[in-house]
Design a protein around this ligand. Structure first.
Ligand code: HDD
Length: 683
């Protein structure tokens, strides 16, 4: 348990965790005191039919531990899932920061990443319309660095003072605790309308970004402006980005709601399976940097967390890559007990005066004290740095370190004034010496007052399909709001962003249409549209619809080709077991129409079955139609085509029908890589 271990490349955290890991298989059952247990089914009783005895220490210990198994869930980001990985920088960032883990491309830094939804409780469905947490702990040789971000680059509020208000408004309403994991209710929208700084973030949460296809296919953002500081003490303002190598992709809202029922664990299952299959999720770390002297160069305040830096104005420099390559051994011990904190920084990374960030710097330690039960949560295996740590902090609940010696104060002579402080040259953290002057006031800077320009920039940047999804999202959410007044306030508020948008949903909810407003913002940022992201077929799941007695043709070779393209074909039929082709090809069935659903797949490949099997064709038709209505790629060979002809889907974009493997496979793979075919008319 010593914390004196040497840092040893990318596996230092893994090795450290192994010291705390145990495997109970093939062991004798004992009490926590190590006493071997002879009987684990019956409590100790006075007579076979008599009362249980107090002296049954085994029963009492087992039951007491069970009674205390739960800890408070996180007040926000309660539902999350995490994985281990590694980070490597592409080239030295010495010019901008002295952070040790950003100097040497040869060095690997262990990381632990927890993805989460924000509003729902621990057991809620993962496809909620919500921001996603994207929290990364870098176990560096200079201490832990936490980048505690979201998949959205801006936030609802500008000052941490308002965080409890915002969270109260979005959480289930207190009188009846409804709705779970949803912002589609009165208090959230009442908050929005009466705290109009939320406009920009609400545009993002009403966009496709709030319903990601996968944790592996979403961007991450540090949100706030931070600082890089180099060896010479020169500072750059910096925004952090994570760019998923597979591109940024989302599901559609109807699908999201259905996935929540069919597989509420959809996102964690996706991450878990990708790692188990060796398809390690990868994210590139990007930075936008602005020299200190350019602080006032923009038409917004760079300290305002409701603003982003358009990538076309300040390019994102990709500086390294993170690969998630190991699932946790135990969700409670690792994912649940991990404690992130934006204040965990290392030399070379510093804060800005963003008032939201400043408030966060207080909140995270405070919340861990109650959630993890005391001040020693840094000693939990998942939270321990991989470098040595020494100080005069002592005692408290659950203390594990056994500190030798009588001295636990600074300064001292009895221990030669150790543990000793470090100079900057020795790696001591030195806060950036920013000059600050002002009166003590409770106020917000005038420069934070424009709430709509970037909301409009976001709207202008969306493709037609993305705009339509947003109008639908507002219509859905406000359609669930009971207060007519709140509905109207929201319509009037978003008329400041775009009349087209506000009118679009005002109509759907029966509110008064706003007057045409002249909005002077015409700028767009193409980087904000998911249409412009990377498109890849890799790891996409294809439902292979096949029944007994199918026509073999080139089916087996096609399935092999799809696998070679990195796709994951999985056979769906009306019962488990095997289906046989007419020419004796054989396929193992992984799912039935009962256990699977089209919403759990990215695409469908229809092979078909015996023509007279009416029940099979009925279920297959429903499955395919749903995939079609969610704009997914659909492929058919041989008799599969009949289903598409019958449903008149055969001429639609993204529907590929060919018998010849050579022309079918590349076209189908392309159609899947496109992600969705929005140009398709869905009837
Ligand atoms: Fe926060 C958790 C991200 C604003 C207070 N936050 C939490 C987590 C993430 C974020 C990813 C989950 C960490 C994990 O997986 O364990 N929070 C953000 C971002 C914000 C933000 C990107 C805005 C830019 N948060 C924010 C404010 C406050 C908090 C303004 C309070 C002043 N956040 C918390 C918290 C949580 C938390 C209550 C709950 C559990 C935890 O900290 O460990 O302290």
């Amino acid at each position: 348990m010593s914390n004196e271990r040497n840092v040893n490349g990318g596996n230092s955290k893994k090795e450290q965790l192994e010291q705390f890991t145990t495997d109970d298989r093939n062991q004798k059952l004992t009490t926590n005191q190590g006493v071997k247990v002879s009987e684990d089914e019956f409590s100790l009783k006075a007579g076979e039919r008599g009362p249980t005895l107090m002296e049954d220490f085994h029963f009492r210990e087992k039951m007491t531990h069970f009674d205390h198994e739960r800890i408070p869930e996180r007040i926000v980001h309660a539902r999350g899932f995490a994985a281990h990985g590694e980070f490597q920088v592409y080239e030295s960032m010495k010019e901008f920061t002295k952070a040790g883990f950003l100097q040497d491309p040869g060095k690997t830094t262990p990381v632990f990443v927890r993805f989460s939804t924000v509003a729902g409780s621990r057991g809620s469905g993962e496809l909620a319309r919500d921001a996603r947490g994207f929290a990364t702990k870098f176990y560096t040789e200079e201490g832990n660095y936490d980048l505690v971000g979201n998949n959205i680059p801006v936030f609802f509020i500008q000052d941490a003072m308002k965080f409890p208000d915002f969270v109260h408004a979005v959480k289930p309403e207190p009188h009846n605790e409804m709705p779970q994991a949803a912002s589609a209710h009165d208090t959230f929208w009442d908050f929005v309308a009466n705290n109009q700084e939320s406009a920009h973030m609400v545009m993002w949460t009403m966009s496709d970004r709030a319903i990601p296809r996968s944790f592996r296919m979403m961007e991450g953002f540090g949100v706030h402006t931070f600082r890089f500081v180099n060896e010479a003490g020169k500072s750059h303002f910096v925004k952090f980005h994570w760019k998923p190598v597979l591109g940024t992709h989302s599901v559609v809202w109807d699908e999201a709601q259905k996935i929540n029922g069919k597989d509420p664990d959809f996102h964690r299952r996706d991450l878990w399976e990708a790692i188990e299959n060796g398809d390690y999720p990868e994210f590139e770390l990007g930075v936008q940097m602005v020299p200190e002297e350019d602080e006032f160069r923009f038409d917004f305040d760079i300290l305002d967390p409701t603003k982003l830096w358009p990538e076309e104005d300040v390019p994102v420099k990709l500086i390294g890559k993170m690969t998630l390559n190991r699932n946790v051994d135990n969700v409670f011990a690792e994912t649940e007990q991990v404690a992130f904190h934006p204040g965990h920084v290392v030399p070379g990374i510093d804060f800005s005066n963003d008032p939201l960030l400043q408030g966060r710097l207080f909140s995270y330690t405070d919340t861990q004290l109650i959630r993890l039960g005391g001040p020693n949560f840094h000693e939990l295996p998942i939270n321990r740095p991989v470098c040595p740590f020494h100080n005069n902090q002592r005692d408290g609940y659950g203390r594990q370190t056994i500190n030798r010696g009588p001295v636990s104060y600074h300064k001292n002579s009895l221990a030669q004034n150790t543990p000793a402080t470090s100079t900057e040259a020795e790696g001591g953290y030195k806060h950036y010496e920013e000059k600050v002057e002002g009166h003590k006031i409770r106020a917000r800077s005038e420069s934070f007052k424009d709430h709509f320009s970037q909301a409009t920039l976001f709207w202008n940047s969306m493709s037609d399909a993305e705009k339509e999804h947003m109008i639908q999202a507002f219509s859905f959410e406000l359609g669930k709001v009971e207060s007519k007044s709140v509905q109207q306030q929201v319509v009037d508020m978003f008329a400041n962003v775009s009349t087209e948008l506000a009118r679009g949903f005002a109509k759907a909810i029966g509110a008064e249409l706003p007057q045409e407003q002249s909005n002077s913002v015409t700028k767009a940022s193409p980087a904000l549209s998911q249409e412009n992201t990377t498109h890849s077929p890799k790891t996409r799941k294809v439902a292979v619809i096949v029944g007994d007695g199918f026509k073999d043709g080139e089916v087996m070779a096609i399935l092999e080709d799809l696998k070679n393209e990195g796709l994951q074909p999985e056979v769906v039929s009306d019962q488990l077991g095997k289906v046989m082709g007419r020419d004796k090809a054989e396929l193992e069935v992984q799912h039935t129409f009962l256990t699977a659903d089209s919403v759990l797949f990215d695409a469908v490949y229809i092979i078909g079955g015996k023509e007279e099997d009416k029940a099979f064709y009925k279920k297959a038709t429903l499955f395919i139609y749903e995939a079609f209505s969610h704009y997914k790629a659909i492929g058919a060979t041989e008799e599969g085509r009949k289903l598409l002809n019958a449903a008149e889907m055969d001429k639609s974009p993204g529907v590929i029908i060919e018998d010849d493997k050579k022309s079918f496979v590349p076209k189908f793979v392309d159609a899947i890589a496109s992600h969705r075919h929005w140009e398709r008319e869905v009837v």
